[in-house]
Design a protein around this ligand. Sequence first.
Ligand SMILES: N[C@@H](CCC(=O)N[C@@H](CS)C(=O)NCC(=O)O)C(=O)O
Length: 257
Amino acid sequence: MQNLKTEPLRLITISISHYCEKARWALDRLEVAYIEESHAPLFHRIATRSRGGKNAVPVLVTPAGTLSDSTDILHYLDGLAQNNKQLYPTEPALRQQVEQLEELFDTQLGPATRQWAYSCLPDDRTLLLKLWRQGAPPVEQALLPIVFPLLRQLLRQRYRISATSGVAAYKDIQRVFETVNGLLAGCPYLVGDCFSAADLTFAALAAPALRPENYGVKALQSHELPQDMLAQVKQLRQTPAGAHAMRLYREERHRPS
Ligand SMILES: N[C@@H](CCC(=O)N[C@@H](CS)C(=O)NCC(=O)O)C(=O)O
């Protein structure tokens, strides 16, 4: 467990990001003291770069250095965890399975749910600004409407957002869910008999497509979203993989009091 005399860790985020939610969930679960420093997209790069990170969030600033990848963050935090809270099994074969699944979710599920969610959202300035300004400092909130056209264009290019890519992304999500359905087959967790980094990563990175209640920050309200999008959320929630992630959010996602 973390030495309480040390400075709290600093988590730099774009608060709505599901990769940031992955890191935030691990910090909350392991009861590690931290301060979340949220930024609006684009502005976040000033914070990450000035702390020795790269362009992407989450970034965790620790006494041992700056970590700029969610998986590196989970590994670091696991080193601070008490035995019964560890996110990676000690048994090598089980650990390897957890790491392989985490890699699958990081590289396939996370990009797909992000691409799908942005492709479904109406091209609505008010909605996107609401999503991006959450938790950001007042000065960034004030500047966000000015950089909005640039930001929207960058988002579309970087994540290849279009109606067609949204359809393909939904299929990618379904493919990963099929794999998870197969792994669950009556088991309460993805690997072995306890919660691991594989479950946490799956639930956090699936969250944009499932909209679980206990997500770390408030997302958009259902009435703000298109019916087609909500119908696909419902469809995914009804799969064993979707139900698994929803259960994990209900039973395993606790916020510090
Ligand atoms: N492999 C990275 C991916 C993180 C990632 O894709 N972060 C996105 C937010 S969801 C980001 O920072 N995008 C902004 C940018 O790259 O400028 C991780 O696991 O931490």
